[in-house]
Design a protein around this ligand. Sequence first.
Ligand code: NAD
Length: 283
Amino acid sequence: MKPISFNDLNGKVCVITGGAGVLGSSMVRGMASVGMKVAIADINKEIADKVAAEISKETGATVIGVETNVLDKESLKKAKIEINDKLGEIEILVNGAGGNSPQATTKVEEMTEDNMDKLEDTFYGLQIEGFDKVFALNFKGTLLPTMVFTKDMLKNKKGVVLNISSMNSYKPLTKIPAYSAAKASINNFTEWLSVHLAKVGIRVNAIAPGFFITNQNRFLVMDEKTGNYSPRGQKIVNNTPMGKFGEPEHLQGTTLFLLSDISDFITGIVIPVDGGYSAFGGV
Ligand code: NAD
């Protein structure tokens, strides 16, 4: 029996959308550390190039930045041509672009008799444009890149897709109904697509990260003035059995596991990386 390792990933070509972000860039670091060739496909080309150059320098791996908008099929097709040209055929896709919007976030966690006359702070004050943005970025922004970037995998009858879900896909969090529903749709789509593509050699799985402090949620979990946790941030820590927020590096092991042939009989699952949050009933 061969020793178990991630060696099969060495030299494999991966595209990660949103790879210039906080969690995405840590996943890129993990992939580069095992010799994968990575294209960071991000709407922010400047940051994508910067992150790619940093990680290339640190690891010696080939990492490039490619400009793309996950909501625009033409831009994705253009990015694919550039990636094929610079790195070769795409063998792995990580759908990392995603996020929430303040326009689809209520100011209060629940309605009470005390706040029910301030409707703008509640469900009734949410902006439908915020819902559109959040559903587009998370759902359509996973669907379209998958249509475009898995074409080489289809031809070679081998490949892996990894989607990024969230804790709120299992149970919605207060305040963020659009983001919760959009991430629930990612779990559902992961299962659907895994079945659809199983016989043509493409595996489809997802990671559900727990709570990590990043740009998209900092305004919800930290008190900007004091630098301490907000009451909501403290509540998250209290409900995470390991008693802390995650560090982006915590996603690397699960990412490599799901991308590698080590998991080649695994498709259609969502793995929580959450310090125990999803296992805890709150009491
Ligand atoms: P981030 O905001 O740091 O990074 C997101 C990246 O996506 C950015 O580089 C941004 O430029 C890029 N992007 C945005 N719109 C794009 C578009 N239309 N086309 C291409 N690229 C685009 O976010 P993050 O915290 O690293 O989150 C990464 C993923 O993990 C997201 O799907 C997010 O929903 C999910 N997630 C985050 C947390 C958390 O605690 N931060 C928890 C669970 C899930």
